[in-house]
Design a protein around this ligand. Sequence first.
Ligand code: SAM
Ligand code: SF4
Ligand code: SF4
Length: 300
Amino acid sequence: MKLSSFLYFVRYGLKTIITKGEDPILGTVIVTDKCNLHCKHCSVNNKTAVIRPYIKVKEEMKILYDMGIRILFFCGGETFLWENSGKNLRDLVIEAKEMGFMIVNVVTNGTYPIDLPEADLILLSLDGDREHHNIIRGDTYDTIMDNIENATAENICFYMAINQINKETIPHVCQLAKEKKNVKAVSFNFHTPYPDTRYLKLSAEEKKQCCDVICKQMDEGAPVFNLRSVFPYLIENRFPVPCKQCVVIENGKISICGRCIDEPGLCDECGYFFVAEYTLLFSGKIRPILEMLHTYLRYI
Ligand SMILES: C[S@@+](CC[C@H](N)C(=O)[O-])C[C@H]1O[C@@H](n2cnc3c(N)ncnc32)[C@H](O)[C@@H]1O
Ligand code: SF4
Ligand code: SF4
């Protein structure tokens, strides 16, 4: 990260903490909900299967920029399916940087060739070892491994949603993150139990066991892009929700925090680590603040 961007985020963070501000800093554009997979834990794919027009995506990027957002995520559906008006996902990343976003990240299932050197992080979903990942995501593990090997930059971060199927496979993903040249880190979430996937939810005791495993992996040198001081809050869902400093825009509709905001009661069972990390940080908790500075400087 550039020093000027780092200082911008430090200033924003201090102002937000001191004034209890709610101005957003992190935004996500959903470029399509179309997806080539139908993962067992996912409730957001292929509802419309529409690829958003380039002009609309560009408008939405501008809306987020004008709101003050400087950390941009492109998400889906599957982001690499996005193509419109002769532009592809890489063009969007480049244009986002040109527009002035300081960090531009992409979330992908990793089943398409990865050529996004301009992205700060490519959050690539890996949900365990071959057996468990494939149970959740279909027969995709080997394709993903090939795509990682052939990626054109070292900017990949594994993204694992821990649930009842894959909860024992955290060490495998940590080890791969350590070994793979193009992979910088791994970032975790717990399953967020939408009504149709409640059976995948983890109990507080199971979340604690997972956090203990993640901590052990961190102690042994695994590059984990999460804040350990936040784990106790995540285990018992004791963090403020939703995250007022995060927004998502899908089909022109802006939602605070996530598109899941409209699901009754879901926020009380939220498993997204970024929500706990950001809300505790902005509520002025010292350890998450220090850890965030350290972690962001290391991986971005
Ligand atoms: C919806 S996907 C879109 C991007 C891309 N298709 C992918 O799979 O990475 C974004 C991330 O959300 C995660 N996810 C989906 N449903 C979830 C849930 N109910 N709880 C937690 N994470 C979930 C996925 O595993 C993935 O890492
Ligand atoms: S690849 Fe992503 S969007 Fe597609 S079904 Fe899986 S989690 Fe959902
Ligand atoms: S707090 Fe609510 S809106 Fe935000 S990610 Fe969690 S479930 Fe979604």
